[in-house]
Design a protein around this ligand. Structure first.
Ligand SMILES: Nc1ncnc2c1ncn2[C@@H]1O[C@H](COP(=O)(O)OP(=O)(O)O)[C@@H](O)[C@H]1O
Ligand SMILES: CC(=O)OP(=O)(O)O
Ligand SMILES: [Mg+2]
Length: 375
């Protein structure tokens, strides 16, 4: 019963699972939160990882550790054994995922100290998006500057988009190669992907995980001139603009709360800012969904996943209402109940299937880690 230890180290949290690689069951899992925050007992990631390992105990059969790394740039298109060189490359890529890579790296370093005798593998959020064609990943700026500074779309959440699209094909009982799928990964961070025959051709996150959808604390798309304006007219420094757009925008900026449940509760009580924020949030999703149906030249399955996608039936309904002319017809009764299993929420005769397919990034990381080591 070899086990893979999966670590998803975020800026202020470490999520972890111990997965039996034969049964694919999570034997153990948990979350350490509020790392480094005032009053927290967990001072840093080394302390956080120590706490995690105490929870793990010694009664385990860990043969490898799989680490989520958000940004792999153009360097990594697959699961990769973490050597010293790879660690340095992940560090260099931090500028392209400032909220995520530094935290991922802290997790890697702490886990390597605690578990020095097993291989550590990096699973990159960006890897699945490396198939996106140049016309989709290119920003229309000076080509030399773009090349010199690695400025292009890399996307994120790819591990989830890959897992969910494969689960969708399995659930539909059809070969992935035949399907045009749009995955809406909507959690605290959010992104859409257009997947043609298992190959990703478009995704909404950009050079960093700031582009695209409105998120918990991130603005998503805006006119780049807004940054210039904020600098020149409002006198904000670029560090301040970074904090504003990555950490104080999105639902938090518009409605004072980054958590979808709280924003929804406020909206049900008639809070105007919450209602307005939700309208912007939905509008942005629809903009991408429409575009991706055209990029794919049709769609077989529209799939909702992650915290909000899996649990927020109202959002799903409002995003898809009025799309019968495209062959997209939700079954409101199927859309209501919650479940941890993949399921259809479209009407039986809807030409386009709509599904909720729970994501499991940890399982996908464990699978890719095991596959790499078996090769
Ligand atoms: N029942 C629900 N209705 C609406 N939103 C929900 C529900 N349950 C969870 N969420 C939302 O899911 C989001 C977190 O999603 P998750 O995928 O766990 O994020 P992350 O992995 O990025 O931390 C939060 O905004 C939370 O409010
Ligand atoms: C890339 C990203 O946004 O990840 P998360 O949703 O976990 O913040
Ligand atoms: Mg997530």
């Amino acid at each position: 019963m070899p086990q893979i230890f999966v670590v998803n180290s975020g800026s202020s949290s470490i999520k972890y699972q111990l997965i039996d690689s034969e049964t694919e069951e999570a034997v153990l899992g948990g979350l350490v939160e509020r790392i480094g925050e005032p009053g927290s007992e967990i001072a840093d990631h080394v302390a956080g990882m120590k706490f995690v390992l105490e929870h793990l105990g010694t009664d385990n059969h860990i043969v490898a550790v799989g680490h989520r790394v958000v940004q792999g740039g153009s360097l990594f298109d697959r699961a990769t054994l973490i050597t010293e060189e790879v660690e340095a490359q992940i560090e260099e890529l931090s500028a392209l995922a400032p909220l995520h890579n530094p935290a991922n790296l802290l997790g890697i370093r702490a886990a390597k100290i605690a578990l020095p005798d097993v291989p550590h593998v990096a699973i990159f959020d960006t890897a699945f998006h490396q198939t996106i064609p140049a016309e989709a990943y290119t920003y229309a700026i000076d080509a030399e500057i773009a090349h010199k500074y690695g400025i292009r779309k890399y996307g994120a959440h790819g591990t989830s988009h890959k897992f969910v699209s494969e689960e969708t094909a399995k659930f539909m009982g059809r070969p992935l190669e035949e399907l045009k799928i749009i995955v809406l990964h909507i959690g605290n961070g959010g992104s859409l992907s257009a997947i043609d025959g298992g190959v990703c051709i478009e995704t909404s996150m950009g050079m960093t995980p700031l582009e695209g959808l409105v998120m918990g604390t991130r603005s998503g798309d805006l006119d780049p001139a807004v940054l210039i304006h904020l600098h020149r007219q409002a006198g904000l420094s670029f560090d301040e603009i970074d904090v504003l757009l990555n950490r104080r925008s999105g639902l938090l900026g518009m409605a004072g709360n980054s958590d979808m449940r709280d924003v929804q509760n406020a909206s049900w009580e008639g809070d105007e800012t919450a209602l307005a924020a939700l309208a912007v949030y939905r509008h942005r999703i629809i903009r991408y969904l429409g575009a991706y149906i055209l990029h794919l030249k049709g769609v077989d399955a529209i799939v909702f996943t992650a915290g909000i996608g899996e649990n927020d039936e109202e959002l799903r309904r409002l995003v898809l209402e009025g799309l019968e002319f495209l062959g997209i017809e939700l079954d409101l009764a199927l859309n209501e109940p919650r479940s941890k299993k993949p399921r259809y929420i479209s009407a039986e005769n809807s030409p386009v299937k709509v599904l909720v397919v729970p994501t499991n990034e940890e399982l996908e990381i464990a699978r890719q880690t095991a596959t790499l080591l078996a090769a």
